[in-house]
Ligand binder design. Structure first.
Ligand SMILES: Nc1ncnc2c1ncn2[C@@H]1O[C@H](COP(=O)(O)OP(=O)(O)O)[C@@H](O)[C@H]1O
Ligand SMILES: [Mg+2]
Length: 213
């Protein structure tokens, strides 16, 4: 399996287990939906995968690389994990191009320009390259945030409630687009939702989280 969480125990506060012996496995290239009630630990799982939170015990493995176990803990910036948060988090004072440039370290200008061009083509927004976030619709901003994550070519892409800021009509359309983009990019993806329709529409596999406390 390409993404593995093995027997993860996690708590924010002592003696209050948020994840109790939690495991999951995801196949390479699959889109997995993580579904569960508010407070069930969905965001926490993504934060553990990206290295923002440290479990008490267990194992995190992506692409055969151990990112965390009892002996090893790889820093978030060394993990090849892309994350798109709920609020898109584009830099408002930077153009689309500069927003995507942002995560691309150690590359020449030509290399960066090629990557920007490629990911904007993928999300169908090449014509917005010089626009600023406030000039884009909610759906467009979301696609730019997605493009920015894809630019670093992550092993796994994590999306935390990517549709929560969109109205119902837009959501349907964006769901379809998102799936097409992710499949075209051929990337393994975990997305969090509390909406079973999102999961049914997009996901190859659904992971249902039961509340432990
Ligand atoms: N920084 C934190 N400190 C303490 N408790 C937290 C923190 N973040 C989240 N929690 C708690 O952990 C549980 C799981 O949170 P979270 O992973 O955000 O759930 P979900 O994303 O499924 O809504 C919740 O009970 C939440 O209140
Ligand atoms: Mg959450």
């Amino acid at each position: 399996m390409y993404v593995k969480l093995n027997n993860i125990n996690f708590e924010y506060v002592k003696n209050n287990l948020i994840l109790d012996d939690f495991s999951l496995e995801i196949k390479k290239g699959d889109i997995a939906a993580l579904i569960g009630n508010s407070g069930s630990g969905k965001s926490t799982i993504l934060r553990i995968l990206s290295g923002l939170e440290t479990p008490i015990s267990g194992e995190v493995i992506v692409n055969d690389q151990i990112l965390f176990n009892t002996k090893i803990s790889i820093n978030p910036e060394k993990r090849n994990v892309g994350m798109v948060f709920q609020d898109y988090a584009l830099f408002p004072h930077l153009s689309v191009k500069k927003n995507i440039y942002f995560g691309l370290h150690g590359k020449t200008k030509d290399e960066k320009d090629k990557i920007v061009n490629d990911v904007l083509e993928l999300v169908n927004l090449k014509h917005k390259i010089n626009n600023y976030p406030y000039e884009l619709s909610g759906g467009e901003q979301q696609r730019i945030a997605l493009a920015r994550s894809l630019a670093t070519n992550p092993d796994v892409l994590l999306l935390d409630e990517p549709f929560s800021n969109l109205d119902a009509n837009l959501k349907k359309q964006i769901r379809k687009e998102l799936k097409q983009i992710i499949k075209k990019a051929d990337i393994t993806c975990i997305f969090v939702t509390h909406d079973i329709e999102d999961a049914n529409d997009i996901a190859d596999e659904i992971i249902n989280l039961k509340k432990t406390s």
